[in-house]
Design a protein around this ligand. Sequence first.
Ligand SMILES: *Cc1c(COP(=O)(O)O)cnc(C)c1O
Length: 394
Amino acid sequence: MFTTPVYLDNNATTATDPRVVECMLPYFTKFFGNPASRHHAFGWEAAEAVDIARMQIAHTIGAEQKEIIFTSGATESNNLAIKGVFEMYAHKGQHIITCCTEHKAVLDTCKSVEKKGGTVTYLPVKTDGLVDLNDLEKAIQPTTILIAIMYANNETGVIQPIAEIGEIAKKHGILFFCDGAQAVGKIPVNVMNDHIDLLSFTAHKINGPKGIGALFVRRKNPRVTLAEQINGGGHERGIRSGTLNVPGIVGFEKALELYRFEMKENTQRITYLKNKLETGICKIPGTRINGHIQHRLPNTTNIQFDDIKGERLMTALIQDMAISAGAACTSASPGPSHVLTAMGLSDEEAHASLRFSLGKFTTEEEIDFAISRITEETQKLRMGLGKNVAGIQY
Ligand SMILES: *Cc1c(COP(=O)(O)O)cnc(C)c1O
């Protein structure tokens, strides 16, 4: 049994795993101390919990404890990384290379850097959503200080060739920042193997709580320093002052621990369900998958429906399933997805595309139900028989 609407929007956010909530609870009531309080047991207990979590989180991505800065989420981490590098390394140059299909938290931060005198190259992507490494090499200038390219795309699930990008950055002595919000906790990420100097990630995309994330900042080979963005007390190596979100940190670590223990099983099951959903939907004539077929997250599929407005299909299905036409933060705006248009889709084709993102709580019954409802509504819309929620024909 399942309840509707079925939740197929896990790239926007996920349900917190009850085991994560369980772990967090004592840190609201019993161990409520401020980890910066050095003179009593309340502070020590909280500090110990934070230390353990920091170490485990660091090890999950192949980093050291001191290289993890806790933040409120990936948006904040992205801001700290890009602005922090731009201000700290301005004497070396003011050029940043990023990509057109990045999350708005990277693109808007780059725009703000441009206002402060920086120059930014926005690399195009190929029709499969991947960055062309030759384009990247060609974009590098003597003044380039940072390459900012995401691990996996939130709209299409496309995974960039991160290790190769990291190698190129290293070869040229340029820092490499990666937005790993959709990757860490879904696929193996290792900052050593991938030559990543700065990495953003967040708990709420992987069945952890909202409002807690991290930024990995490399401490050796090379040692990265960031200009401070949040002043006040010097917490988190001075990079991010403010009392730590202890329950959030404990929950973040628990979510990652569950990932470490259950990744293999979850990935297999989610991949199976994603493939089933894709095969089912692609039986409908005039449908195609957006993005590279192999280099993709196990949980994400983005599908284009010929002659259909994605918004209309989404509205027709609104009582049955939660899906999205693009990123959560941009779905309120009427424009076509910047990710899909960068991949060469026309505005119309981008508007005819929908994102389905599964999670560890998605069941096979839900997928079977989704396939049959999508098939029915697509046929109705194509025959001009679509009805909206109020039953009005359009
Ligand atoms: C969700 C997401 C973010 C923002 O993360 P928050 O923790 O919600 O601030 C940034 N980048 C990508 C790729 C995302 O998917």
